[in-house]
Design a binder for this molecule. Structure first.
Ligand code: MN
Length: 278
């Protein structure tokens, strides 16, 4: 059994998206190859509602899935499939854009908005799949406690705890809280891309301390080990999924395999023929 080594760290950059939401873009165009099948990771952490209340008014997506998770705060959402609701703290949504969806995501004022949105690429054969929406409420999130660790399983499986089973790429997403001085060993599938994002507190990898809000990519192996510093707790998101190894043609909210498919998508948006379901 080989433990995976830390091979890359990514800090992300401040960005403004939607109608003026200030966020930190951790993964994006520059990291597509290394983090395949994960396209984008936006980190939200603000105590100032003016950073985010402008929200993400109605916009399209095609060819991807977006996974949103909130540790605190809330987001109202509505989409062209007729879904309408609120993501509350401790909940997640798994939105399959597939052939096309229009949605809006509107964060509401809270003491702190803490969470992320992850974009998961769809393989060529499933880019035009039917759009779908999965609300991951508290009851759907598996919870398991170990010595100094608390693991919330949003998707996939950790020990006896299971989260949702994704319909397309079976990515595993865990939210892990480690008490000061604690260490966790997480088994990983050998053929998957594995990274963690440090959402609260620094963490230690092979004796090296990595600062909060960093994404840490691992090399090949069967497990990863993450430790909290001796004097502080750590909370991180574990993310794992099998790479697609396909060409990526990315235009804003639409991610296809070729430039032609991308142009076709924008052409359909212009003509009003983009949405096939809803
Ligand atoms: Mn969106």
């Amino acid at each position: 059994m080989k433990q995976r080594d830390m091979i890359k760290t990514v800090r992300g950059q401040r960005a403004v998206d939607g109608a003026g939401v200030r966020l930190v873009r951790v993964l994006g165009n520059a990291t597509v190859r290394d983090f395949d099948p994960f396209l984008m990771l936006d980190s939200f952490d603000s105590a100032d509602p003016s950073d985010y209340v402008a929200g993400f008014p109605t916009h399209p997506h095609r060819g991807i899935e977006t996974i949103t998770y909130l540790i605190s705060g809330r987001i109202d959402h509505e989409d062209s499939l007729g879904n309408k609701g609120t993501i509350f703290a401790g909940e997640s949504q798994w939105m399959t854009a597939g052939s096309g969806i229009l949605h809006q995501e509107m964060p509401k004022p809270a003491e702190r908005m803490l969470g992320f949105q992850l974009w998961l690429n769809l393989p060529r054969s499933e880019k035009m799949a039917d759009p779908a929406y999965l609300s991951i409420t508290n009851e759907a999130i598996g919870l398991i406690r170990q010595d100094k660790a608390e693991i919330r399983v949003l998707s996939g499986r950790f020990g006896d705890a299971a989260g949702v089973a994704p319909q397309h790429i079976p990515a595993s997403i865990f939210d892990i809280c480690l008490s000061a001085g604690g260490t966790i060993d997480i088994p990983t599938k050998p053929d998957e891309t594995v990274f963690v994002f440090l959402i609260e507190g620094d963490a230690v990898f092979g004796g090296e301390t990595v600062p909060v809000k960093t994404a840490v990519l691992f090399g090949v192996g069967d497990s990863v080990a993450v430790s909290a510093p001796a004097d502080a707790d750590a909370r991180f998101i574990f993310i794992s999924g099998k790479p697609l190894h396909e060409p990526v043609a990315w235009g804003g909210p639409i991610v296809m395999n070729t430039r032609e498919e991308l142009e076709h998508a924008f052409d359909e948006l212009d003509k009003g023929t983009f949405i096939r379901h809803g």
